[in-house]
Design a protein around this ligand. Structure first.
Ligand code: FAD
Length: 209
């Protein structure tokens, strides 16, 4: 839908650095999928690289309080669909989240502070399976689990950083922690308002870096 409205997506393109003249960003240097270096210019730049945002902000002198908080998921094929939940379930006590994805069940959770490593820790993987079995023993083929880890861009208060930086054309939309999918559309809308010089519907605690 965005592409139909004129958005150009640059898949497989790595951002190497944000180039600045002290007051504003002049360009970003990138590496294209074929290995070619390139430079992209814009009126405004939004830094929205999740856990990786601080790495590109640091050379600009911006210290973003965002840290990678590793989470795990296990995706399992259903064995008996009638024994599996149809709606999303949150086990508050164990901080485990269970979602039905068609013919699969996905169990997600845990929080691990381990830098940028996305290596799978077998003990944590098995903890997800143990909780899943406890709740829905007959639902899945438990020995066919596919495990995954991802880095949540966590801030100390779980409040995202949305707004302008001290570079007048550089904005932040990052640090969504455990709730990026939930908050993404609202964050995007709020930041669009800020860039357009309007007041967003939410007063963000973030006052700039
Ligand atoms: C196990 C797990 C379960 C979760 N469950 C939920 C849930 O149920 N509901 C919910 O709302 N949220 C959930 N989340 C949180 C959600 O996934 C994050 O908040 C969200 O993905 C953050 O979005 P983002 O776009 O800011 O960052 P990311 O999704 O991390 O995206 C950042 C992107 O930037 C790219 N990138 C980084 N550096 C560069 C570079 N130099 N050049 C080019 N590209 C770069 C990365 O490749 C990545 O694609 C969960 C997270 C985990 C780990």
């Amino acid at each position: 839908m965005a592409a139909a409205r004129g958005v150009e997506f640059c898949y497989g393109t790595r951002i190497n650095a944000l180039e600045h003249d002290g007051e504003q960003i002049g360009a970003i240097s990138v590496t294209r999928p074929d290995g070619a270096f390139d430079s992209l210019k814009a009126d405004a730049y939004v830094l929205a690289l999740g856990s990786y945002s601080p790495l590109l902000a640091r050379p600009l002198g911006l210290a973003l309080p965002v840290y990678p908080l590793k989470g795990y998921s296990a995706t399992l094929p259903l064995q008996d669909a009638s024994a599996a939940p149809m709606v999303s379930i949150t086990d508050e006590e164990h901080k485990i989240f269970i979602s039905r994805l068609g013919d699969n069940l996905r169990i997600a959770g845990t929080a691990e502070l381990n830098g940028y490593s996305t290596a799978l820790n077998a003990v944590r993987c098995q903890a997800l399976i143990r909780h899943g079995k406890m709740l829905f023993a007959d639902a899945c083929r438990w020995n066919e689990a596919r495990f995954w880890t991802g880095l949540r861009p966590a801030t100390p208060g779980n409040v995202p950083l949305i707004g302008r930086t001290r570079y007048r054309n550089l904005y932040l939309n990052t640090g969504h922690g455990t709730l990026g999918w939930t908050e993404g559309p609202g964050s995007g809308r709020a930041l669009a308002a800020i860039i357009s010089g309007q007041r967003p519907p939410v007063e963000f605690a973030f006052t700039g870096v």
